[in-house]
Every structure is written in structure tokens, then in C-alpha cells.
Unconditional design. Structure first.
Length: 437
């Protein structure tokens, strides 16, 4: 990997792309530290110091924003509205025929869906920004902080609207920066910004483990957690690269005097076909009951049960429900993103077949059978990786937002592998050595 980056910097056009991407990353990180108008920055820092160990219900979104959410900066919402909008459009593509038709139109249809994603991102940013401002004004953003209700001193309507507009504009700028990386940088812009947001929280989180440790001034805990993290990275890399290759043979066809087809290829089915989406779905769904309790301020029995069993990430009901939700959403997401019947029809249309399997419905049934078989280990792997911070690292002061947790490590490894592949592919286009060296 380091060799690929060294060679990339020696290639002039790739060096320009890498430097441009680094410049955009610097701009993004600067924006995550600029507070929005109407916020008392000193009170925010005081509450952040008091809530360092427990970031509450907003920890997941804070991780995706690189710590900008709890600092209430112009990029407080980060890339989360765009991720949510992309997932919603992807789910609606299966339900709405118009979106499904656009998806099949190729590049023009994809551009139209991308435009819809931008509009939906801005709408979600307005909603999430309004919710964040209302939460900050009420003092619920930092529970237990004595100055939490003084974060927004001026609670007039003008200041509130200004704060919402500022955060919405910040989300639009983040989306624009991601598209700039995709167009003029090394590509995969939104994922790279997500990668940077999560990686930015690593040093402070690791140092907090060291500060909370007791053995050898915390260095033993620090080294143990770092070692476990490296083992997890190796495991995630191994599983993310694992795939089941189903061979496909294309029959020869004569069109005029030319012969087409006769080639052999394969359909790569990844073990973790769903990626990190099931973890995000499960986390978001489990946050809803706790958010209802938090905003209702209810002291009823049901509120106490939710606070004890669902809001507490170390509670046994939370762990069990979280695991089963991840497994369920893994199967659900794979079912809506990979259609065996559509793949079988496309293969039949172009004269392709799986050796030993008849074309048409038998091929679709075979693909569905294989997909279900490999989704089981993939979903169980996602569930176990996501529960590592809660179960294995609880003794070292880790929480649900520990940097080597499931969501963060899956995104870090996935984006890292994809970025390296893109750089290597661009290097091969510019430095092809040929068959004879």
C-alpha cells in the first residue's frame, strides 16, 4: 500500500489529485472547528469536558461528523444527512417504479437520482439542524452539565433560524467538498470525508483509554487495546475481501461474419454483501425509543424500562436486540440490493449460464440459495464485530463510540481498501509494464 502511494506521488497528474484531496480534507477539518453564530463556545467546551466519557444518544452522529456535532460547529451535521438520503433513495428505488426506471437508464438516470439525493440531503439537514438547535436550547444535548441550558444564551427566533440555516449550508458545503474529491481528486469523495471524520476521533479516544488506565500508568491498557484493534482490523480486512465466485460461461454467437461470446467470467458475491448499512440501521432504530424518553421527560414505568434496558448499551436486552437487528437488516438489505431473478434474466439475455445450472428460473434459485448461505456468516460477523466494544473492551473504559468498534472499523477498512484499489488502478493505466519487462 505504501509503495502504491509512493508511486502515485511520482506521477504528476496523480500527485495533483492527491494534493487536491488533502487540501479539501484540510478545509473540511477547519470547518468542523468553527462554531456557529449564537453559541457560547466556553459553555460548550465546559460541557464537552464533563461529558467526555459518555456522549449519550448523539455519539454515533458525533462520530460521523468528526466530533463536530457536540461542538455545534458549521459542519455539525457532517456527512450524516447525505448518508441517510442515499440510503432512503436506495430503498425507494425498489419500491417506486419511476426511480427503478431511472436506475436502468445508465449515467443519465444515475445523475437524476444523484440530484434527488442532494435535494433530500438539504431537507434532512433542515430537519436535523432544527432538532439539534432545539436540543441545545433545552439543555438536553449535555445531560448532567450545569451550564447545558446556557449553551444558546439568546433564544430568539432570529438566532434560531440563523443557526439552522448555517448548519444546513454547512451540510451543503460538505456535500460539495465530497463531490469535488470525486470529480477532481482521487474519487470516492463522500466515503473519504466519512473516513476522515472517524479517523479524527482516534487519537483522543485512544489517549482517553490511557488516561483511564491503572496498570503502568495506563500504558498496558493502551497497548492491549491497540493490539486488539490491530487484530480486529486484520479480521475485517480478511472478511471484507472474502467472496464466493460463481462461474459464468457465455455461449458463442455469430452476428454477421463475426463471432461473439465464448468467454468465461464469474459473479463475485461478497461474504459481507451488506457492508456497514445493517449496523447503522440497527443503531438508529435502537436510538428512537431512548430519544422519545429523553424528549418526553416521562417518569412512567415504560420510560424507566427503556432507560434501563435499551438506552444502556451494556444492558443484556440492548446487546441481544442489537445483535438480532443487525442480522435482520443484513438479510433485508441484501434482499433489496441484489435481485437474483434480474441477474438471471440478464445472463439469459446475453447467452450466459452457470455450468451445470439451467438458464432462467433454476439460475435465479441457485443464486438465491448461495446468497442466503453466505449472508449468514456475513451477518453474524457484523453482529460480533459491533459488540466487541461493549463485551470485550468494557474493562478498558471503552464505550459504544470506541474507535475500534464495529461501525468505525468497518468504514475505515472498507474506505481504505477502496481508495487503495482506485489508486492502483490509476497507476496501472499510467505505468503499464507490458508482458515483457
Amino acid at each position: 500500500m505504501l509503495t502504491a502511494f509512493a508511486r502515485a506521488f511520482k506521477t504528476p497528474d496523480l500527485r495533483k489529485k492527491l494534493l487536491f484531496t488533502l487540501g479539501i480534507i484540510v478545509v473540511y477539518r477547519i470547518g468542523t472547528n468553527i462554531p456557529i453564530p449564537g453559541v457560547d463556545y466556553r459553555n460548550v467546551q465546559a460541557c464537552l469536558d464533563a461529558a467526555q466519557a459518555n456522549q449519550g444518544l448523539f455519539g454515533l452522529v458525533n462520530m460521523f461528523s468528526g466530533g463536530a456535532l457536540l461542538q455545534i460547529t458549521i459542519f455539525a451535521l457532517g456527512i450524516m444527512p447525505y448518508i441517510t438520503a442515499s440510503i432512503i433513495l436506495q430503498l425507494l428505488t425498489v419500491v417506486i417504479p419511476r426511480l427503478e426506471a431511472l436506475k436502468k437508464e445508465g449515467q443519465a438516470g444515475t445523475a437524476k437520482i444523484t440530484q434527488y439525493t442532494r435535494y433530500l440531503t438539504v431537507a434532512l439537514a433542515v430537519l436535523q439542524g432544527t432538532g439539534l438547535v432545539a436540543t441545545a436550547r433545552s439543555g438536553a444535548l449535555f445531560q448532567g452539565c450545569p451550564v447545558a441550558n446556557q449553551i444558546v444564551p439568546d433564544q430568539s427566533m432570529f438566532v434560531t433560524i440563523t443557526m439552522v440555516i448555517t448548519m444546513t449550508a454547512g451540510t451543503a458545503v460538505v456535500m460539495w467538498l465530497g463531490e469535488l474529491i470525486t470529480d477532481r481528486g482521487i474519487g470516492n469523495g463522500m466515503s473519504i470525508l466519512m473516513f476522515i471524520s472517524i479517523a479524527a476521533t482516534f487519537p483522543s479516544a485512544l489517549w482517553a483509554i490511557k488516561e483511564q488506565g491503572d496498570l503502568a500508568d495506563g500504558w498496558i491498557e493502551f497497548g492491549t487495546v491497540l493490539l486488539v484493534g490491530l487484530v480486529m482490523v486484520g479480521l475485517v480486512v480478511f472478511v471484507e475481501q472474502a467472496q464466493r465466485r460463481i462461474p459464468v460461461q457465455y455461449a458463442k454467437r455469430m452476428i454477421g461474419r463475426r463471432s461473439y461470446g465464448g468467454t468465461s467470467t464469474y459473479i463475485p458475491l461478497k461474504v459481507n454483501q451488506a457492508g456497514v448499512i445493517p449496523v447503522i440501521f440497527a443503531s438508529s432504530l435502537l436510538y428512537i425509543p431512548a430519544l422519545i424518553v429523553q424528549f418526553s421527560n416521562s417518569t412512567a414505568g415504560w420510560a424507566a424500562w427503556i432507560t434501563k434496558n435499551l438506552a444502556d448499551t451494556g444492558a443484556t436486552p440492548h446487546i441481544i436486540l442489537y445483535f438480532f437487528l443487525i442480522v435482520f437488516f443484513a438479510f433485508f438489505y441484501v434482499a433489496i440490493t441484489f435481485n437474483p431473478e434480474e441477474v438471471a434474466d440478464n445472463m439469459k439475455k446475453y447467452g450466459g449460464f452457470i455450468p451445470g445450472i439451467r438458464a432462467g428460473r433454476p439460475t435465479a434459485e441457485y443464486l438465491s440459495y448461495v446468497l442466503n448461505r453466505i449472508t449468514w456468516p456475513g451477518s453474524l460477523y457484523l453482529g460480533l464485530i459491533s459488540l466487541v466494544p461493549t463485551m470485550a473492551l468494557a474493562g478498558f473504559g471503552a464505550n459504544q463510540n470506541f474507535p475500534f468498534g464495529g461501525t468505525s472499523i468497518l468504514i475505515i477498512v472498507g474506505v481504505g481498501l477502496e481508495t487503495v484499489r482506485q489508486i492502483e488502478s490509476q497507476l496501472q493505466q499510467r505505468n503499464y509494464e507490458g508482458f515483457l519487462r
